[in-house]
Design a protein around this ligand. Sequence first.
Ligand code: AGP
Length: 617
Amino acid sequence: MCGIVGYFGPQAPKNILLSGLKKLEYRGYDSAGVAIHNAGEFKVYRAAGKLAELEEKVSKVDFDGRIGIGHTRWATHGLPTERNAHPHKVNGVSLVQNGIIENYAELKKELIANGAQFTSETDTEVVTHLIAQALADSADLMAAIQKVIPKLRGAYAILVVSENEPDTILAFKAGPPLILGQGDGEVFLASDVQAFVEQTNRVVYLDDFEIVKVKGPTFTFYDQFGVEISKPVEVVDISVATSDKKGFKHYMLKEMFEQPRAVANALNPYIDVETKSIDVSRLGLDGAATEIEALKALQGAERIYIVACGTSYYAGLYAKYLIEQLVRIPVDVDVASEFRYRDPVLDKKSFALFISQSGETADTLAALRLAKDNGLTTMSLCNTKRSTIDRESNLHLYMNSGIEVGVASTKAFLSTLAVLNTLSIYLAESRNQINADERAQLVEALLSLPSLMEGVLSYDSFFNQAAETLKNYKGFLYLGRGHNFPIAMEGALKMKELAYLHAEGYPAGEMKHGPLALVDSQMVAVVICPKDKYYDKTISNLEEAKARGGVIFSIGTGQDEELEAMSEHYLSIPESHWMLSGLLSVIPVQLLAYHVADRLGHDVDQPRNLAKSVTVE
Ligand code: AGP
């Protein structure tokens, strides 16, 4: 996930762009760059590392132009080097992107076959070449990007400038956020209103497949066909925009929208982006012999126990599918309050993982102590460092998702899944279940997650509208198969704890064994149905519910006319590696519960009867 900024106006673009990038550094900080007009061309300056490196590089550079674009990067394609930093420049066209072009490899192959020379490994440079090539036989930049946009598949927000039109910035998106700020005789563009809210509070939010042409201090919006459209200029409450909620109605909504960043932050400490490897030396090891022993116990374990409560338990259930599929060792997952009292038979050659956002959940802590009393090596996965569960474990993983205020867990859960994916890949390679190339491919898929998540988050308004009707139903059945079964369970928990409505998660294959009796025209079946190995079976289960009059809310992947035709509400999320499809399905079930609860007028951040950390039994 990255941050992009653009500016036209009387102020020095260098100052505006750098201060905007500073506000966006949370979105990624492994390299940065600017392209600013000077002496008839867009001068590009880039630097690997934190923004301070770029600031140092341009500190003594003056620009006579009044227009520029900038970028701060979280690497998905290509090493975090200067060569891969944005902006990319090809034949006078300079471009920055936040997102991921899924079909960049085939586009790049075609370009190279037509003689294009590449200097980086990025998907972004591919788009730059495409626009430069299209510009060669187009009237202007607007015409050129209209030829290129239909070729792009993925989730992206892009700013592009050309030396043929030195007073113009073109901006377009599909998925990740892109906002325009209207100043007095100046125009701002950014991934997040935070980048320029101190300059202006008059903003326009671009919707997917819309284009904005900034020409000097004026701007015009177009739809994907180049037809001019009008967009409302909204006024952002600066105090709200700079408050803790950052302009969101609830902390939970803000935290859901922080999830791409939270997942990026969760992955950063464990993944070496240069070598696409998992660096477990960062497992909280301080080199103590006991910890080295603990790591050996993890690598040699013949069975893994995972113990947690609530949402964290569903993350453990998800990990079972991951680890058993990738690592091929048995995984037992327990609710902590059961584990601690059922007198479990624990094998000393096993390893126990305890998942807890707060790190203080009483049942999970008691289960940890029981495992240690039985001689097991333990590891915690917490969001709160130095919490009791963290301190009392032998090894330590962290969600790194930042403080989670909403009682209903969102970003901590997705960060947990991202770290569990990382752990599974590490264990699979350390036990020779996958080779280095397979590991690099899985890591590459994981690194694409934040951008794909931004694309799914852009469907927020879909859920807001769907919630108006869905809030009136008597109950919800959440159905999923395989690693989407735990996601179905988590979706049901969200609906229960936020909307106070009856909701149950079930393996989709269980419908005939009882739950089908619940289904009638007042029951909603939320079906997670990606195009994976379970697809046909899940469709059959969906038909069982539909045949009984159930209302179908389905979450599919890519173009799925069959699923769409069967559903009252259908949402398509990006097709992705099987490891990621479960994580991408989480955001829809979170947004569904949030909007139904909000429409019902509930206190979303502090649902009745609940607490953020259950430190008592
Ligand atoms: C999550 O939405 C719930 N608030 C709850 O189930 C929570 O996940 C559970 O209490 C476990 O908390 P922990 O992760 O802090 O241990």
